[in-house]
Design a protein around this ligand. Sequence first.
Ligand code: NAD
Length: 477
Amino acid sequence: MHANEATRSWNTQIDHNHPLERIPKVLRTADCFLNLNPAFAVMPFKRNVYEQAIYQEPAPIRNHENPFQAMVKRFDIASRILELDPGFYEYLTMPSRIHITAVPVQMDDGRIKVFQGYRVIHNDVLGPGKGGIRYAPDVSLAEMKALAAWMTWKCAVVDVPFGGAKGGIKCDPGKLSPGELERLTRRYTANLIDVFGPDRDIPAPDMNTNDQIMAWILDTYSMHARRTASAVVTGKPISLGGSQGRREATGRGVMTVTMAALNRLGLKPAECSVAVQGFGNVGSIAAQLLQERGCKIVAVSDVIGGYYNPGGLDIPAMMDYAAAHNRRLEGYPNAEPISNDELLTLDVDVLVPAAKEDQITSENAPRIRAKIIAEGANGPTLPGADDILQANGVLVIPDILANAGGVTVSYFEWVQDRQGYFWGLERVNKRLIRMMKTAFNNVFETANKYDVTLRTGAYVLSVDKVAQALKLRGIYA
Ligand code: NAD
């Protein structure tokens, strides 16, 4: 079967109107089954509760594109180049396991509220599943599937021995008290106790989850295991087995691959200007580290808007300002306000989208003037913009390479937890930089070999690695 036929056959399997038809039967967890079981639905005393809790998929997809289909579009290109076995193609476009679970929480006012929880393991041929957990009102299965697949490719690009996974709970964490958040996290973990494990699937923080939430996951899992199982989760507080350098790791990785790209293009950091979209963990650290290496950061932004100073911004001062103003830059005095759209199209050498997905589209791509885009965020560029950027000669360092520093240090954390021996910051940073440079060079050489973009090169490299492992392991009958 041709690659595209395989996609179509999978689509017709899942894109069916009835929610039950969207998940292969064998993949439903017991909790999910209870929610969907029609027999349960007709119990009159449960009917309202059932109606509230029923699985609703898909949730509205942000902007224009189903994120899983965006992932498949890039995967398709790599598969064609590799002439991937059609059976492998079909297997790798299908998550290996999807868990959907009802997470009941007793709220502070005594009511019981049920949240929808997800964990998707896209593929674990290279090792246990690895991927973050996000809490957000628009968490959806399509998004979880895309993010889990991206984790498979990302782990393969940087050569860490993990498969790809992602999880989330559809909730508005801003509206939950600390106690509700803790009960939500613990029940989600308990529901997925047989899914998680240091050798099975290892969660980490993602959007709206942090080291405290990872500490609750560690504790819940450890209570069930009757031992402290530090390696079950990464991104933990350092006092509970977290790694030095994890917080800054993604930004440090973005800086490392950006410097490598400047070097390849023969550009000197001291002569380069940079704009960074998003001033959270990834964006602010990337801006700080690029500035330390001599680049001039002329613009940064957050969800409210951007700040521009052609003479260069004082990034440490802006970090202090954001820390003192609820992580926002609003009102920062020493720069000119600009919009996020203006920031993306500034005349700079390097653009770092480090906020969220779907920011660079076929509409704004023709106006982008940067020579290099280093994708700090996951999925900031829609597939429709890829060809435009390529035609305009923009070198895009794709997300599965550019932001892989986080999972690399998560891997170090997992190794340290299993050894019970912890490394100093210098060792963590040195090893991170070495792995990111090696990954960049491997992607660059693959892209040159096939005469393709770095994004396609990264996909070719990672899909090939996963396919080779699959071939060696064989298909268990
Ligand atoms: P964060 O919440 O710390 O920061 C996000 C920043 O983006 C904030 O400044 C926010 O105000 C801003 N923002 C949100 N919406 C925006 C918009 N529409 N326009 C402009 N700015 C906007 O998140 P983070 O951890 O820095 O993650 C940022 C991106 O990087 C996400 O796509 C995430 O998936 C990805 N990522 C993060 C890590 C990590 O280790 N933190 C690792 C890999 C990938």
